[in-house]
Design a protein around this ligand. Structure first.
Ligand code: R7I
Ligand code: MG
Ligand code: MG
Length: 311
C-alpha cells in the first residue's frame, strides 16, 4: 500500500496531468498515438482547464471542512469560474456559475439548466475525485459526490457521473499497487453504488471490452467519448482498468478515445494516480504542468485533514 499523502498527491497530479495533456485534443474525432507521444516529448508547458480548476476548488473545500457544505461550495465554484472564465467551461456551466455569482440560489440555478431538466454533463464527475480522500467508505464517497453535484448537475445522470467517478477513485485508492488489479471485482463493487440500469449496463459492457482487450477506438464507440456524463465516465474507468499501473500509458489510452479528451483523461488519470501515487508521474512532467505545485499543496492539506482518508 502507498501512504495517504502519496494517494492524495497521485490523485490530484494524475487528474491535472490528464487535463493538461488531454486539453489540446478536446473535441477531436480521432487521435493517433503518434500525436500524443509528440506532445509528451515536446517539453512545452501545458495549461490546465476547468476540470482542474474546479477539482482544486473542491479539494480546498474538503481540506477546509472535511465534508460538503453545499451553499459555500456553490459560491466557491462560481468564484472559481468568475476569477478565470477563460478556462474552457461548458456553455451551460458558464451560464450557471454566472447566475450563482449574481445571487441566484444554487437550487434554482441548477434546476433551471437546459430547460428545466438539469445538466447531465460530466462537470460534476470531472471535479469529484478528491471526495475519495475525505471518504470513510464507498457509501460515504457516493454521498459526498451527490452533495458536491447539487449546485450544478441536477439531472440524475450528471449526479450519477459524480457518484461513479468518486466510487472509482475510492476503490482505486484502496488497491495495493503491488498486487494485480482484479478488474471484475472492481467493476462489481462500483456497480453496486449505482442504482441505475443504464450505468450498470455500461460498466458491464466495460467488463466485456476488457476481456476482449478492446483498444481505444472500439471502446469509445461502445462506451462513448462525449461531454455527457454517461458517455465519458465509464470510458475513463475503462482507460484506468486497461492501464492501472502506468499514468503515461493510461493517459495515452484515454486521449486516444478522442472526443472529450481533457475530461476523460483527467478522470482516468485521477484513478491511476490514486492507485500508484506520484511516482507514476514522469519526472519532467512536474515542471511542464501548470498547477502542479498547487496540486501537491492541496493534496498534503487534504491528507492531513481527512480523518483516515481513503485508507
Ligand atoms: O458539465 P459541464 O461542466 O461540462 C464539462 C465539460 C468538460 O468537457 C470540460 O472540459 C468542459 O469543456 O465542459 O457543463 P454543462 O454545460 O452543464 O454540460 C456540458 C454540455 O453537455 C452542455 O454544454 C450541453 O451540450 C450538454 N448537456 C445537455 N444538453 C442538453 N440537455 C448537458 N446537459 C444537457 C441537457 O440536459
Ligand atoms: Mg476542460
Ligand atoms: Mg472536457
Amino acid at each position: 500500500m502507498i501512504g495517504s499523502v502519496d494517494t492524495a498527491r497521485g490523485l490530484l497530479l494524475g487528474l491535472l496531468a490528464g487535463d493538461c495533456f488531454g486539453a489540446p485534443f478536446e473535441g477531436a474525432a480521432t487521435v493517433g498515438e503518434a500525436a500524443v507521444r509528440t506532445l509528451e516529448q515536446t517539453g512545452e508547458p501545458l495549461r490546465y482547464t476547468d476540470d482542474s480548476a474546479l477539482a482544486f476548488a473542491f479539494a480546498a473545500h474538503l481540506a477546509e471542512h472535511g465534508e460538503v457544505r453545499v451553499d459555500r461550495l456553490a459560491r466557491e465554484f462560481a468564484d472559481t469560474w468568475r476569477a478565470q472564465p477563460w478556462r474552457g467551461y461548458g456553455a451551460g456551466a458558464a451560464r450557471l456559475f454566472a447566475r450563482i455569482a449574481e445571487g441566484t440560489p444554487w437550487e434554482q440555478a441548477a434546476r433551471d439548466q437546459f430547460g428545466g431538466s438539469g445538466s447531465y454533463g460530466n462537470g460534476a464527475a470531472m471535479r469529484v475525485a478528491p471526495a475519495a480522500l475525505a471518504a470513510r467508505d464507498l457509501g460515504h464517497a457516493a454521498e459526498l459526490a451527490r452533495q458536491s453535484a447539487l449546485p450544478s448537475h441536477a439531472h440524475e445522470d450528471g449526479t450519477l457521473g459524480a457518484v461513479c467517478q468518486a466510487g472509482a477513485a475510492f476503490l482505486a485508492a484502496q488497491q495495493d499497487p503491488g498486487i494485480q488489479l482484479d478488474t471484475t471485482e472492481f467493476l462489481g463493487a462500483l456497480s453496486e453504488t449505482l442504482a441505475s440500469a443504464r450505468w450498470r449496463d455500461s460498466l458491464e459492457r466495460a467488463g466485456t471490452l476488457l476481456r476482449e482487450e478492446a483498444g481505444p477506438e472500439r471502446a469509445a464507440r461502445e462506451l462513448g467519448n462525449g461531454v455527457a456524463a454517461p458517455d465519458s465516465v465509464p470510458a475513463a474507468v475503462y482507460a484506468f482498468l486497461r492501464e492501472p499501473d502506468d499514468l503515461a500509458a493510461c493517459l495515452r489510452f484515454a486521449i486516444r478515445m478522442a472526443g472529450d479528451t481533457d475530461t476523460i483523461a483527467a478522470m482516468a488519470g485521477a484513478l491511476t494516480g490514486a492507485r500508484c501515487g506520484p511516482a507514476t508521474l514522469p519526472v519532467p512532467w512536474h515542471a511542464r504542468l501548470e498547477g502542479a505545485e498547487r496540486a501537491v499543496e492541496l493534496a498534503d492539506r487534504l491528507a492531513v485533514t481527512s480523518s483516515g482518508g481513503a485508507r
